[in-house]
Every structure is written in structure tokens, then in C-alpha cells.
Design a protein around this ligand. Structure first.
Ligand code: AMP
Length: 670
């Protein structure tokens, strides 16, 4: 009789030690190498030299993304009973004209006046000011945070914006810090002013820069052979929801609140794609449009999230040039009106729970409120979930209250009533403002724009009409239309008078609360948050992905190349796959330790080892990735435990109550 050690990597003496995931500093170069080596993702068309901002996901990245999306579908679409959509990517130009994207979906760019090199204005100002602050720290002898290695292009950019050890005046440091805290708040002309005021130039050439000009981010195309129907690749999935609103409302029996949800690709022709998956030209989004009564933005399930603690960065703190964070429950944030309403608060709470569930570190998540200039003019309130990675704080989910804007503009443009009709319990008398037009004069004054202006006036809420009425007392007012232009109207063209009507129905345009997820950004942040290296060996990287998202849930290996054992691992793998556990067999001749290490890199949370005891006693061992702890049990019992672990119905502690601890030594004959 001989003793047989099934997994020398996890001797019991090792198991007693707590796991130290921070023994080594985060090593981005090692993570990047791992992600490339294990084909999570890679530049698209790499063998042709690649194109910036386009990536292909490999088997591991695709499975990870599919699992994140599956968790997302369960967390939102299934649990919240949302109406799922899959709308076309190629979008009619008129739709995006109406939504404002054709005129407004742009970033500001500046050009090197001599070489023509192009930069995104806000990113360049940010990089130059950051480099100057870094140079100031060097001059003051302050040690800066370790420099993070990034992809080649980023490195080149960083090199271009090299810091030089020059001490700045204290007031200049304060001004620069305040500028950085508000970098998302500047308009194009303001960025131009900053470029001039702070003498910002092309860091590579030292040449002056042009005034910022707008660059529309949409990819334009033609539909059909004649080229007459203009289209765009959609820059977000949202418009696909809004144009289907009437059908969705009918599907929901004419009642709000309800939500539609969609997972799909979006395209943005970014001026300067950078930071790997964080700023790309094609990406997967998951968007929810939740339709609510504008007079009642409560949420029926608010109580379920009111105690969730959020880390907040409200707009007034940023406007003061600060970035101090506040911890607060969703309930308090809504009660104190820091977050505008219950439904928006509800989604912030649910999003926090979702991100935590898939493995984002809650200490590296914050909710940043949009500042006035940053927010679309129609939005009532907007919060970004930002996740911290080696690239800084990056917006990964935007949660906006878009008011009635989208449905109103599409309704005005198409003359389709995208409104909710609610039967009143009691008829009621309502004071309204009635708009009368002098049809002939109105038509002659505005010609082809007359209908659009008329429809806009008829679609205005009462308080807006009241303002126009008040201005018309002095003879003149103006109205802003969906084309973004303001039109002057005079009291001889339009009369607005109060009237009293008896209503049996209430009619309103719902407001839309939109949580919008960038899946690639979440996926990359998750990979960074999950990565660490074993204390005893820096080269042994581990991805501690929660099993709900891990690409493969269970590795099955054998202790030797014995034919009977090899047949056994395939049999166990088949059994697991039949009940839906993504398992993978490694029957290579590598050592068990090597096999485990390879799978730790893939984030595989569990591993089963088949040895001679499997043949003689019907047992297999079960290993947990992070602790390397092992348990032992009969094959079918272990499979049942893995199933429960993968489904999340038990954790490792629960598994330890169902299976025996494994000492690392088997008492069997070889
Ligand atoms: P937005 O509509 O601009 O608020 O974007 C919604 C979400 O899409 C953001 O929170 C990001 O997560 C993601 N996103 C936007 N632009 C990009 C991009 N160029 N690359 C990757 N993700 C993006």
C-alpha cells in the first residue's frame, strides 16, 4: 500500500493560512499579458495591423461577457419583469435628427495648427494639466503614485505629455486641481479659453492648437442601393425603445410604470480611442428605459434598496473644485433630495447591488452626479456609476432622468401620440391654456416650419405655455423646436387663453429614467479588480472572478495519465455539462500544480481531481481557487455540491458542511 498525494499545491498546513491578495502591488503589465495570452480580447484585424478602438473577444472574454449579460438579464429583465427588445442597429437618420444626435452628438477636437494632428480637446487639457501637477510634485520632492504601464499607444501619449519637474505657485496648483475636478463641465469655447489661458500646446511638437471644433461621433451610412435613405449606426440603443413606445405601452395594457430593456451593440467614432476596452468605437450596451408618471416618481420596490449604501460625489462638491466622497443610504439620499426621486434612487441602489454581485469592488465604485453643463438640457438629474481602475475613475453606468424629452420630440415629429391615457375615478374640472392660431398669418410667417412650431406649442406643458403667454402680453415670445432652433412668435399669430374643461381621462407623456451600462468598461474593470498574484510566487496570477461570471466553472483533472482515470474525467465532465455546469477537462501531461495555476488565470473557481481513490472508493476531491482549500466526497455528491456552488445557493463554507475536508493524502493502492 502506498500513499498518494493528489494535489501537492495545497497541503493542509497551507490551508490554515489566510489568503493574502495584496502581497504584491497590482501589476498591469502582468494582467495585460495574461489577458492576451489567455485570449480574453485582442485588437481586431491584428494581423493586418489593427484599427484603434476595435477589439475581438476570444473564448474566455466572450464567455465572461455572456455571463455578465446573463447576470444582468436575471437581475433586471427577469427579476423586475422588464419588456425586452432587440431593435435594429442601422438607424434612420430622421430618428437621430429628431433625438438631437445629428446636431449634438459630438466631442470637441483641436488640431495642431502646423502638423494637423488631432486631439480630443478635454482629454488633451486634462493630460497636460495632470503632467504639470506631476512635475510640480517632483519638484517639491513628493513621491507620486507608481506609474502604471499601459498599452503602447497610451504609453506614447503619456510620453508626449511628459512631466517636467517645475514647481508651480500654490495658487496655480489649486487652480489646476479645481480645473481637473470640473473637466467634464467645460463647453467647447471654454476649453478653447483654457488652451489659450494656460498656454496648452501639442506636447509632441510644441505647436499651437486651433480653436476647438465639434466632431460628430456617429458613423454615417446609406440604406439601399440608391443612397437616398440616409442612416447611421446607432450610438446608443435608447432610440430603439422610444420609437416602439406605443407598442410597448399597449403590451403593458396601457399602464405605467414599466420598463423596456435591451442589450446590443452601439457605435461611436471616437476621436482618440484609448485605454483598451474603456474607449472603443464599437461596444455592447445594456440599457433600461423606465417610464413613469411625471407626477409620481415613487417606486413600488424602493424599500428593498433604501438601506443600500452608496458612495456619492454630488455636483455642488465638484463645482467647488473638490472630489470629497460621502457615504449615504439610498433612502437618505432621496429623502434629502440629493438624488432627485425614488425611481432614480431605486436604480442607483439596484446597480450598486448588480456591480457587487458580479465582482466589482464596492470600495472602488462611486456615484458622481453630473454638473449643470455636463447634463443634457432636458435631463432632471443624472448620476454616473464610476469604477476606479489603473486608468482612474471611469464612467461605466449612466443613470439619467431624461424627463419627457425623447417621447415628446418623437411624438411631435411623427404626430403619433406617445402618451399615456389614464381613466380618472371622478371626472374633474381642469384649468387649461388653450392655444389659438391665426392659421393664414401663421402659415405665411413660418412657411415649411409652421406645422412643427404649431405642434411644439400644442405639446407644451402648462407652465411653459404660461411663460409664453406672459411674454406675449408684451407682444413677443419664442419657442424652441426639435430642430434645436428658437422661433419668435407674436401676439397677432398666437393667442393663449385660460379655459376650464371637464376631464374624464388624464393624459400625459411619461418621464423616462434610463440606466445605461457600458459592458466592456464593466468587464475590464472587473478583470482589474479580480486580479492578484499568489504571495509565494508573483508570477502566479489569479483572477478571483465570482463563479456567477467565471467563463468556466469547474476544471477536471487527473493525477496521472492512466487510461482509466482519463476516461473518468471525461465522464465527470459530461455529467457536469449535462446539468449546465461549464466544466473543462485538462488531460495534458502537465503537473497538477501547473494545471491549477493555468485555470487560476482563467478565473475558474473550482477544480475536481480524479485519482486512484476514484476507481477504488468512488471519491473525487474539490478545490476552491482562492484559498486552494480542498474537500473530498463521492463523485455524485461532489457534482451536486459544485452545482449548488455555481448557482450560488451555497458558499464554500456550506460546501465544507456537505463534504469532508481533504488532507492531501489518499490511502489507496496504486
Ligand atoms: P453615454 O450614453 O455616453 O452615457 O454612455 C453610456 C455608457 O456607455 C457609459 O456609461 C459607458 O459605460 C459606455 N460607453 C460610452 N462610450 C463608450 C466608448 N467609447 N467605449 C466603451 N464604452 C463606452
Amino acid at each position: 500500500m502506498v500513499t498518494q498525494s493528489a494535489a501537492s499545491t495545497s497541503h493542509p498546513s497551507e490551508l490554515a493560512q489566510p489568503i493574502n491578495k495584496t502581497a504584491h502591488e497590482f501589476d498591469k503589465t502582468a494582467l495585460d499579458a495574461l489577458l492576451a495570452r489567455r485570449f480574453f480580447f485582442a485588437p481586431a484585424f491584428e494581423i493586418y495591423g489593427g484599427v484603434a478602438g476595435l477589439y475581438d473577444y476570444g473564448p474566455t472574454g466572450s464567455a465572461l461577457q455572456a455571463n455578465v449579460l446573463d447576470a444582468w438579464r436575471k437581475h433586471y429583465i427577469i427579476e423586475e419583469d422588464m419588456l425586452e427588445l432587440d431593435t435594429t442597429i442601422m438607424t434612420l437618420s430622421e430618428v437621430l435628427k429628431t433625438s438631437g444626435h445629428v446636431d449634438k452628438f459630438a466631442d470637441w477636437m483641436v488640431k495642431d495648427v502646423q502638423t494637423g494632428e488631432i486631439f480630443r480637446a478635454d482629454h488633451l487639457v486634462e493630460a497636460v494639466i495632470e503632467a504639470r501637477l506631476k512635475g510640480d510634485k517632483e519638484a517639491r520632492g513628493v513621491k507620486d503614485e507608481p506609474v502604471v504601464e499601459e498599452d503602447d499607444k497610451k504609453k506614447k501619449k503619456k510620453k508626449n505629455v511628459k512631466s517636467v519637474a517645475i514647481k508651480l505657485d500654490d495658487e496655480v496648483v489649486a487652480e489646476y486641481e479645481s480645473l481637473l475636478a470640473q473637466i467634464d463641465n467645460y463647453t467647447g469655447p471654454e476649453l478653447g479659453e483654457l488652451v489659450r489661458k494656460h498656454n496648452i500646446r501639442n506636447p509632441a511638437t510644441g505647436n499651437e492648437l486651433s480653436e476647438p471644433v465639434e466632431f460628430n461621433l456617429m458613423f454615417e451610412s446609406n440604406i439601399g442601393p440608391t443612397g437616398q435613405i440616409k442612416g447611421y449606426l446607432r450610438p446608443e440603443t435608447a432610440q430603439g425603445h422610444f420609437v416602439n413606445f406605443a407598442r410597448l405601452l399597449e403590451f403593458n395594457n396601457g399602464k405605467v410604470p414599466f420598463a423596456s430593456a435591451q442589450i446590443g451593440r452601439s457605435f461611436r467614432n471616437e476621436i482618440a480611442p484609448r485605454q483598451g476596452l474603456l474607449r472603443v468605437r464599437e461596444f455592447t450596451m445594456a440599457e433600461i428605459e423606465h417610464y413613469v408618471d411625471p407626477l409620481d416618481k415613487r417606486h413600488a420596490r424602493f424599500n428593498e434598496v433604501k438601506d443600500v449604501v452608496l458612495t456619492l460625489l454630488p455636483k455642488d462638491i465638484q463645482s467647488e473644485g473638490k472630489t470629497d466622497l460621502t457615504q449615504m443610504t439610498v433612502g437618505d439620499a432621496v429623502a434629502q433630495k440629493i438624488v432627485d426621486n425614488e425611481t432614480l434612487g431605486y436604480f442607483l441602489g439596484r446597480t450598486q447591488l448588480f456591480l457587487q454581485k458580479i465582482g466589482i469592488d464596492p470600495k472602488r465604485m462611486r456615484c458622481r452626479q453630473h454638473m449643470a453643463n455636463e447634463m443634457a438640457h432636458y435631463a432632471a438629474d443624472c448620476w454616473d456609476f464610476e469604477i476606479q481602475s489603473s486608468y482612474g475613475w471611469i464612467e461605466c453606468v449612466g443613470c439619467a432622468d431624461r424627463s419627457a424629452y425623447d417621447l415628446t420630440v418623437h411624438s411631435v415629429r411623427t404626430k403619433q401620440p406617445l402618451r399615456v391615457q389614464q381613466k380618472l375615478d371622478q371626472p374633474r374640472k381642469v384649468e387649461k391654456l388653450d392655444v389659438q392660431f391665426d392659421a393664414k398669418k401663421f402659415g405665411m410667417t413660418f412657411k415649411k416650419d409652421a406645422t412643427m412650431i404649431k405642434d411644439t406649442l400644442l405639446g407644451l406643458e402648462k407652465d411653459k405655455l404660461q411663460c409664453i403667454k406672459d411674454e406675449l402680453v408684451n407682444g413677443k415670445s419664442s419657442v424652441k423646436c426639435a430642430d434645436g432652433k428658437s422661433y419668435d412668435i407674436t401676439s397677432d399669430l398666437v393667442k393663449i387663453e385660460p379655459i376650464t374643461v371637464t376631464e374624464h381621462m388624464r393624459e400625459f407623456t411619461p418621464n423616462v429614467i434610463e440606466p445605461s451600462f457600458g459592458i466592456g468598461r464593466i468587464l475590464y474593470s472587473l478583470l482589474e479588480h479580480s486580479y492578484w498574484a499568489r504571495e509565494q510566487d508573483k508570477a502566479r496570477g489569479v483572477l478571483s472572478l465570482p463563479s456567477v461570471v467565471a467563463p468556466i466553472k469547474c476544471l477536471i483533472v487527473t493525477i496521472s495519465q492512466d487510461a482509466e482515470l482519463r476516461a473518468k474525467i471525461h465522464e465527470i465532465s459530461r455529467k457536469m455539462r449535462r446539468i449546465g455546469i461549464a466544466s473543462r477537462v485538462d488531460d495534458s501531461s502537465a503537473s497538477i500544480g501547473k494545471k491549477y495555476a493555468r485555470n487560476d488565470e482563467l478565473g475558474t473557481p473550482f477544480g475536481c481531481t480524479v485519482d486512484f481513490a476514484t476507481i477504488q472508493k468512488g471519491t473525487i476531491t474539490l478545490r476552491e481557487r482562492d484559498s486552494t482549500n480542498q474537500l473530498i466526497g463521492q463523485v455524485d455528491d461532489v457534482i451536486a455540491v459544485v452545482d449548488q456552488l455555481v448557482k450560488g445557493s451555497i458558499d464554500w463554507k456550506g460546501a465544507s458542511e456537505k463534504l469532508e475536508p481533504y488532507s492531501g493524502v489518499q490511502d489507496v493502492e496504486e
